[in-house]
Design a protein around this ligand. Sequence first.
Ligand code: HEC
Length: 716
Amino acid sequence: MKIIRLGLALVMAAGLAAACQKSPGAVDAKRLAAAAGNAEWLSYGKDYNEQRFSPLDKVSAANVGELGLAWHAQFDTDRGQEATPLMVDGVLYTSTAWSKVFAFDAKTGKLLWKYDPKVEGAKGFDACCDVVNRGVAIWDGKVFVGTIDGRLVALNAKTGAVAWEQQTTDKSKPYTITGAPRVVKGRVLIGNGGAEYGVRGYISAYDAQTGKLAWRFYTVPNPNGQPDGAASDKVFAEKAAATWSDGDWKKTGGGGTVWDSIVHDPELNLVYIGVGNGNPWNHRIRSGGKGDNLFLSSIVALNADTGEYVWHYQTTPAETWDYTATQHIMLADLNIGGAVRKVLMQAPKNGFFYVIDRANGKLISAKPYTNITWATGVDPATGRPIETANARYAAGPELQVPGPLGAHNWQPMAFNPKTGLVYIPTNIAPFQYTDEKGFAYKAGAWNVAVDFTANATPPDPATLAQLNKMIHGQLLAWDPVAQKAVWTVEHPHFWNAGVLSTAGGLVFQGNAQGEFAAYDAASGKKLWSSPVGNGVIAAPMTYELDGEQYVAIMVGAGGGGQISAPGSLPARPRLPGRLMVYKLGGKAAPPAFPAPPQLPPLDLNQIKSSGDAQHGFALFHQNCQVCHGPNASGGWMPDLKRSPITASAESWKQVVIDGANASRGMASFARFLSPKDAEDIRAYVLSEARTAAAVATPAAPAASQRARAPAAGGGR
Ligand code: HEC
């Protein structure tokens, strides 16, 4: 009897184990609904609230000094790493640049499987801000990833085998996907990017089992005036289409991509999407300077079942600065004026922190969370910003803060319900907005109708010094009820990393100068830090396994944050991305990166070009600066001023015109440039190399005049 019982118990245990093995990552609605209080990390922002707050407190302010590396993994790409890993059933899933997916044993770091969607390298041209990927979603034994070439791929969570795959975009257009999918009611929600080039934004919902399209919501009207047969048809017919006027949007598609935030409230049965900038950026060119252009730069609430419009709040009406509202949306229940309000919170690029009633979209409050010059406030009655005189740069160039990179970009914020604070990674990065004279739409290229050469022309030295002093980053602790700053940590560089908050009273953040740090949630005091050898932009996450708490972070600079002011970003060799996982008493030694190859300086006396450097200057800033930096400053791309390719007219033409390095993300420019144009750009890059060499020689008299104006590079 005893033996039989034992036998039964064994069979049952075996059955359970088999069930577990059959579908690891068996995440369902019940599990996701309970995710906020658990030790795992089940979706991009941890759970449906997307507060990025973990209840884990084993690592606390008292012992965080003992944090050490438990394990690490190194990836095969040196492009930006933006993903937040997930941890489900003891497996850690993450994605890297070029949309690759990896599954590790979350305790030991053993690689369980990897998946490479094999995106064509030349597609990297369409990624405004690096070939990044912010993460995966998991549901019912499947892991979902959006790829830079617009596919949504479902993978078997146990093996990494492809279960199904859908092309979610028109492949003939410059669409990309960098954002993490979210799963809502058995459907995978995915948006896309491309609004610098010229696409029409939308979000789609696919059945998680079959990959069949369930609904789609376009964020801007159909340029041909026809309905799409989509969930958005009704709201455009009724009101949104009338907010657009004649302009280039009819050629470009208008923009409004949903490239990052997608958040679900199960109780209200709503999905909130953050909508991006217009295309072209310049409202005068896009829509004749007329109309609010719904739903650009808006938060839109959709019915979670049908994708139909419920309400919207436009943060930047008639946007003309690349002020997206795609940034992190988080949900919370806040006590405001004695009543508990169901709110959503966002710190979009435009510099205002919004607290909005998430049931109806009504503004509760909005205050600038950083120094801004384009508006003096938000009118509480209309919810519209009160713009300053030349904010729309109609009367001439306007040097403004924030610039297109935003006062806050995609780097996730975090909330701590105990302190009541939102922790925001902010940028202070000015930009000179200037009309692009003679703008003409070029299919497939950047089409923003804002003159990038204006930012590359140095202002007077006094202004320059003032600007350089201004550029930096902050970790800002913000009280969303009082709408005021409680503490700030100053970062010497801008474009720092996303944030994690824990019940251990800690705020974790990486930064541009290459460290990973923990701060006291109440005071901002730095309690721990560790060098990681490369700039960090991604947000950390945390989980507990077998009684130990782990903190994980993807390491790898990139992601479009470039600026040319000297010292605004640390010069870095291109280093392979890494996943670093820490625990108390972790003893793994962080391995040093191999020394990067030292490029000898170009022999500028020997290298000649017949090109026209002045023409090259304009072409460079129209075509190359978004990746290679204003004034060929380099950033996280190859520094063309030191590249051996620049030394030879023939090699230069092979790369720039013939596409010799297309498989590595440097596409051919033959569509846009003649060989003569390419040589003009080379002549210009050589002139910058000469300037750099002169600056490096202290005796050179012209050097001080040649430092460069700050210019935020690509926006999204
Ligand atoms: C969308 C981003 C992007 C744009 C825009 C871009 N490049 Fe590149 N470029 C890259 C990447 C990525 C590499 C490095 C590829 C590799 O790993 O070999 C590169 C490499 C190069 C190289 C080779 C450097 C070396 O040392 O290996 C040259 C030359 C170059 N680019 C010139 C240009 C010029 C000229 C333009 C403008 C006409 C331009 N690029 C625009 C992304 C870009």
